[in-house]
Design a protein around this ligand. Structure first.
Ligand code: SF4
Length: 53
């Protein structure tokens, strides 16, 4: 069972869910990489097929 939490603050200004460093997504998924974590809910409305670097 997945842990539940909330996003306290996000500084990914390019994400369409971000409003003044506040995540407005109803839920997010975070993926663990080798050396860091990525938000899989990241959405770039100008280029929806691009991923977060
Ligand atoms: S969806 Fe992810 S990247 Fe976008 S504002 Fe929320 S936490 Fe940040």
């Amino acid at each position: 069972m997945a842990d539940k939490g909330f996003v306290g603050m996000c500084d990914v200004e390019l994400c369409a869910w971000n409003e003044n460093n506040d995540c407005k997504a109803p839920a997010i998924t975070v993926e663990k990489r080798k050396s860091h974590a990525d938000c899989d809910t990241f959405l770039n409305e100008e280029n929806p097929w691009s991923g977060q670097e």
